[in-house]
Design a protein around this ligand. Sequence first.
Ligand SMILES: Cc1cc2nc3c(=O)[nH]c(=O)nc-3n(C[C@H](O)[C@H](O)[C@H](O)COP(=O)(O)OP(=O)(O)OC[C@H]3O[C@@H](n4cnc5c(N)ncnc54)[C@H](O)[C@@H]3O)c2cc1C
Length: 394
Amino acid sequence: MEKIGVVGAGIVGLAVARELATRGAEVTVLEKEHRVAAHQTGHNSGVVHAGIYYPPGSLKARLCREGVALLKEYCARHALPYEEVGKLVVASTGAERPLLRALAERARANGVPGIAELDGLGLREIEPHAVGVGAIHSPHTAIADFPAIARRLALDVAELGGSVRLAHPVKAIRESARGVQVLAARRRFTFDRLVVCAGLGTDAVAAMAGRPGEVRIVPFRGEYYALAGAARDLVRGLIYPVPDPRYPFLGVHLTRRVDGEVLVGPNAVLALAYEGYTWRNVRNVRQIAGWPGTLRMARHHWRTGVKEVYGSLAKRSFLKAARRYVPELGADDLRRTEGGVRAQAVARDGALVDDFAVDVHGRVVLVRNAPSPAATSSLAIARHISGIVPALVR
Ligand SMILES: Cc1cc2nc3c(=O)[nH]c(=O)nc-3n(C[C@H](O)[C@H](O)[C@H](O)COP(=O)(O)OP(=O)(O)OC[C@H]3O[C@@H](n4cnc5c(N)ncnc54)[C@H](O)[C@@H]3O)c2cc1C
């Protein structure tokens, strides 16, 4: 029986572990925190994306569509929340119409079901408090509880004979002809293969494996406000702006969650620590600023960057972004809530890596880039990883 180690108990690592255990491998997940889903998986918008945005033919486009189907079925089987609340992507000026049109075509090319193009009146039938000159409606875009899905995946791994070892930070990796030795929590593990799904910790683990690679993780903090009290009733489902095509982030949106909260956010602020949940944390500034791609990217996106940093400091700017789509909202309706940090791979030339990226080096498989919609796509990413590494398939 093939022995496989997985670094990281986020939704991607756990989905990979479950898939490999299902295929007969003996799987051990090593997670540095005391709980699963402690980072990106536990700090996101909770949206099961339908596949609207991604270039047709990309991994994101394919694995998102496959992932939605798998996730919907998984949530139904385990009685986990999954609600098709629907999404509106709203154009608020005439200038955004061509982009909206192009987005509708892209969504159809990706096989997103039920896409409808609406005018200003039509969008109010879906979201009575929203305004805009037009919108596309994706009725099957859903919301889910990704941490609950991650916890269920961890149970599956255990039921399939594997183990999820929490409080096991991976500190060293040595690959030889006979296997991969991994040091974690003062214990030495030996695996036939190692799959690294370490999110914000990817670069550190890749360096331990002697595979620094050609891209680096740059952390982008995403801050949120939540709507207070009755203001939540102003939003039925998901209201998104037309995204800036130069940028991989979707812009501040209004998101209903499965617990009834409605979030406003996230913005995207360059963080100076991998786990930079507050701007005061500058722990990894040397590594982050030391990568040539970071400065090149910052130079290229400085206008958006300045706007986003400003957004980070000012509740006013969140309110402005939200009121563009739901003008009834007032300052008292917004209260600050927990944010997240995205792990976004950036190339040496400053290009933001758009697609999911997985590298195979000898016995080590490295997930280099798994930003949104990787939570949506996690079960399909797991199949993809099992499929590209023949030795991982029994
Ligand atoms: C603000 C925000 C909003 C988002 N919104 C959405 C959305 O609505 N829909 C969607 O599909 N996606 C969304 N995403 C993206 C999604 O959350 C991620 O793509 C997904 O969670 C990635 O999962 P992961 O398992 O790769 O990473 P993580 O969940 O970050 O897991 C990586 C794990 O590796 C562990 N680790 C790191 N280093 C080590 C080490 N040395 N030893 C042991 N363990 C280690 C970490 O502790 C962590 O638990 C959003 C992300 C953010 C931040």
